[in-house]
Write a protein that binds this ligand. Structure first.
Ligand code: UT7
Length: 324
């Protein structure tokens, strides 16, 4: 046995809230359409001085402070994202500087779209096994308002900005997170052109294609994680699913036969924040006391790639000297 547990979380959302009614003023859409098709009521967009980096710093500082872990104890720092401020330096490198992490901290960004945070949890667990310092700072963060086209109502209304962070501790006597990661390469249903394409970097999505993929991938992945961990889905205290569409979650909950009260989310006020969605929800639930020490939390992300990722994250007892 060896693995990581979750010590603490933090998150950051931009101040500016864009409601469905705000969108009704700038495009041919309606609150009724958005709410009934997606469950989204509002999203946050970065304005002014806010940026991907500022959101990451705010979320990371909160998580570190709550964990009681000092910056110099961090051995691994990962940021899951597809909308960083810079292609280089990686956001994780900026965090190394701003947070005062040691120079031999392993710092990099990774892109597995909406599954990115779960990919980063697994990567951190693997890296910590070999690292000298046994704590990791893992983030999911996006500024999707930069890659949506206001001329495309079918995608513009769906996405928002935000960052979530988690501090993990690796120990020989901790269980593995039993990650299940996968990819079915597809460059048609969900794409954002890269720097070499000479076309605007905006989201293109075949919504129904992704929907069909998601309602199959989410429950399948959740089941596989439980099976790998040797537990039943009833043993899970909380499910934290990627917040892409409330209808996808409702489908999955029904298919899995789990208690809907263990699967509530926050899409109504965050919209889809891709890699940031799972850690922001984790943090909200930790803050509300709906996730507590000792809880088993099954996280699942799915989306662009096409990718999926699931993991069973156990919440550790808070360390002595922590601040909460
Ligand atoms: O995080 C990455 C993973 N992403 C996802 O999981 C997204 C998965 N897909 C979805 O969530 C849904 O497919 C959407 C929410 C994107 C779309 O819902 P839908 O029920 O599949 O709608 P649709 O694309 O079939 O469009 C239905 C109608 C169309 O009009 P017609 O052709 O029936 O006249 C669209 O033009 O809705 C229209 N429409 C809109 N109407 C008002 C599309 N966007 C809008 C809009 N406001 N914003």
């Amino acid at each position: 046995m060896s693995g990581v547990k979750l010590l603490a979380t933090g998150s950051a959302l931009p101040q500016h809230v864009v409601t469905n009614h705000d969108l009704e003023q700038i495009m041919d859409t309606s609150d009724e359409w958005i709410t009934s098709r997606t469950g989204i009521g509002a999203r946050h967009h970065c304005t002014g001085e806010e940026s991907h980096t500022s959101l990451c710093l705010e979320a990371a500082k909160k998580a570190l402070e709550r964990s009681g872990v000092k910056a110099e104890e961090i051995g691994v720092c990962l940021v899951a994202t597809l909308t960083p401020d810079f292609l280089t330096p990686a956001t994780a490198c900026v965090l190394q500087k701003e947070l005062g992490l040691e120079h031999d901290t392993v710092c990099f960004d990774l892109n597995a779209a909406c599954s990115g945070f779960v990919y980063a949890l697994h990567t951190a667990q693997c890296l910590l096994a070999a690292a000298g310092r046994k704590y990791a700072l893992v983030l999911g963060a996006e500024v999707l308002s930069r890659v949506i086209d206001s001329g495309d109502r079918s995608t513009y209304v769906l996405f928002g900005d935000g960052a979530g962070a988690a501090v993990l501790e690796w120990r020989e006597d901790y269980p593995s997170i039993h990650a299940v990661l996968g990819c079915r390469g597809d460059d048609q249903v969900l794409t954002i052109p890269g720097v070499n394409k000479g076309v605007p970097a905006v989201v293109h999505m075949d919504g129904q294609g992704v929907f069909r993929f998601a309602v199959e991938a989410l429950p399948h992945c959740a089941r596989e994680v439980a099976q790998k961990a040797g537990i039943s889905l009833e043993d899970v205290d909380r499910f934290v699913f990627h917040q892409a569409n409330q209808r996808i979650i409702n489908f999955a909950v029904k298919k899995l036969g789990v208690d809907p009260a263990k699967c509530t989310g926050n899409i109504a006020h965050t919209a889809n924040t891709s890699a940031a969605s799972v850690p922001i929800l984790l943090d909200e639930l930790m803050e509300k006391g709906e996730i507590k020490s000792g809880d088993k939390v099954l996280c699942v992300g799915f989306g662009g790639g096409l990718t999926w990722g699931g993991a069973l994250l156990e919440v550790a007892q808070r360390r002595e000297g922590d601040t909460k």
